[in-house]
Design a protein around this ligand. Structure first.
Ligand SMILES: [Zn+2]
Length: 212
């Protein structure tokens, strides 16, 4: 199965004249099961529609609409995707039908051999990330706010305090797991970045420390 990843919009977060301004990265995954991950704010409907249009995909072509966690800048346009199964945090639904999936025990929601949704709590208690195997980029993880942006690896205060973390210990554990499995990460509020071998070594070192 072959997938490709299109970041429709890079997320951002910044202080501007004493106000916090933020919007999420919005990602389209195209392949046997089309998926949209994080649908920006409720004010971004036209923006999202035009991004999809430029990628040659309509709302009805989307099989899975994912909100990585329950914050308003990630969930604003789920209602455009009424042909899709919705995965919001640990909740999976279609219309008024809810499907039980044990994310809380660490179990991945497998869509096919190349596409799955994994539990990565920490930023909130029910964050998920999407893991997709692609032809051109290897394994890409669309991580929501597990990572704020690439710079939060050198400066953990960005994800711990500025973005806010409900459970920093859990978030750190899942950040390390994702660094070890990903070739590229799409963070919640910044452009996609390549996971370097130094990032992997550091993650491996601190994962080993956590096991002791
Ligand atoms: Zn966010």
């Amino acid at each position: 199965m072959s997938y490709c990843v299109h970041v429709l919009y890079d997320g951002y977060s910044k202080m501007e004249n004493g106000k916090m301004r933020a919007n999420c990265s919005c990602t389209l995954i195209k392949g046997p099961n089309n998926m949209i991950v994080d649908t920006m704010t409720a004010w971004d409907k036209e923006k999202l529609l035009s991004g999809l249009d430029s990628s040659g995909v309509s709302c009805d072509d989307i099989a899975y609409a994912v909100g990585t966690h329950g914050h308003s800048d990630h969930l604003g346009n789920l209602n455009l995707f009424t042909k899709a199964k919705h995965i919001v945090g640990f909740t999976v639904s279609y219309g008024d039908e809810f499907f039980i999936h044990p994310f809380e025990t660490g179990e991945a929601f497998k869509i096919d051999d190349s596409l799955q949704v994994i539990p990565t709590p920490g930023h909130t208690s029910a964050d998920v990330s999407v893991v997709v195997k692609t032809k051109d980029l290897g394994t890409v993880v669309v991580a929501g706010d597990l990572f704020e942006r690439e710079e939060d690896i050198a400066d953990p205060s960005l994800w711990k305090y500025i973005a806010g973390s409900e459970d920093p210990e859990s978030q750190e554990k899942h950040r390390n797991e994702v660094l070890l499995l990903a070739d590229y990460i799409i963070p919640g509020h910044g452009p996609m970045f390549k996971v370097t071998s130094l990032m992997k070594e550091t993650a491996l070192g601190s994962a080993a420390c956590n096991d002791k």
